[in-house]
Design a binder for this molecule. Structure first.
Ligand code: HEC
Length: 206
């Protein structure tokens, strides 16, 4: 029987010893059973440091450094800029435009742009019904003749009250959207000459 009392006593002392003091504040350093890598001689981002002359832990980036996988040297593709400092006209040749690419553009446009600019690009997106009336149509002469690079730049950086979509739409998709915007513009400015001969009769035209 004595052992039972003793065992109970130790269990109680152990339980209170381990769990009973949780949350209580002590000024003494905690007992570290496995200190492993708790304390390392390292500098955290934006820490101060007496080691470097400028007092900062962060080191300035070497000039011209780019994050791995982010080499974006092609100004036409990544900024929509032509060599002469003007906007690129047409889709840069490094980007292949085919039916799949346009389909991708249509999908991305529907997700990122149509809520404001409308499925037809006429500025009548759903946001208009909620009071955002300032979204322009793509079907006026200024936007129809605007360089593709400038449209690309509007997607990247936004323009006026429109915010940029650089964080949501990757460069290749931006070009896909530009191509699709061009397709929308073309679709709204069709003429009789665009109708294939085989279908002219259906429309009653010669
Ligand atoms: C939240 C609403 C909204 C979304 C989403 C949006 N836009 Fe806009 N966009 C606007 C508004 C508003 C303007 C007019 C900005 C101004 O002139 O101040 C505008 C202007 C433009 C212009 C004309 C810029 C100029 O030079 O006048 C283009 C081109 C354009 N948007 C393309 C796009 C494309 C492509 C997308 C999708 C990636 C997109 N927008 C998504 C609201 C939006």
């Amino acid at each position: 029987m004595r052992y039972v009392y003793l065992a109970t006593f130790f269990v109680v002392v152990l339980t209170v010893g381990i769990l009973g003091f949780r949350g209580s504040i002590s000024s003494r350093p905690p007992l570290e059973v496995f200190p492993d890598m708790d304390r390392q001689p390292k500098l955290r981002p934006q820490d101060a440091s007496t080691f470097f002359a400028d007092g900062r832990a962060d080191r300035p980036l070497p000039v011209g450094v780019v994050a791995r996988g982010s080499m974006r040297a092609d100004a036409a593709v990544y900024q929509g800029r032509a060599a002469v400092g003007d906007w690129v006209r047409g889709i840069p040749s490094a980007v292949t435009v085919d039916a799949r690419f346009l389909q991708r553009g249509r999908e991305r446009y529907s997700i990122s742009c149509a809520p404001c600019h409308g499925a037809l690009g006429d500025g009548n997106g759903i946001t208009k019904a909620y009071g955002m009336g300032a979204t322009p149509t793509f079907h006026d002469d200024r936007l129809r003749t605007m360089a593709e690079g400038e449209v690309y730049n509007t997607i990247t950086n936004g323009k006026g009250t429109m915010m940029g979509y650089a964080d949501k739409v990757v460069p290749e998709d931006r070009w896909a959207i530009v191509a699709y915007v061009r397709a929308l513009q073309r679709a709204q400015h069709g003429s009789v000459a665009d109708v294939p001969t085989a279908h002219k009769a259906e429309l009653g035209i010669q």
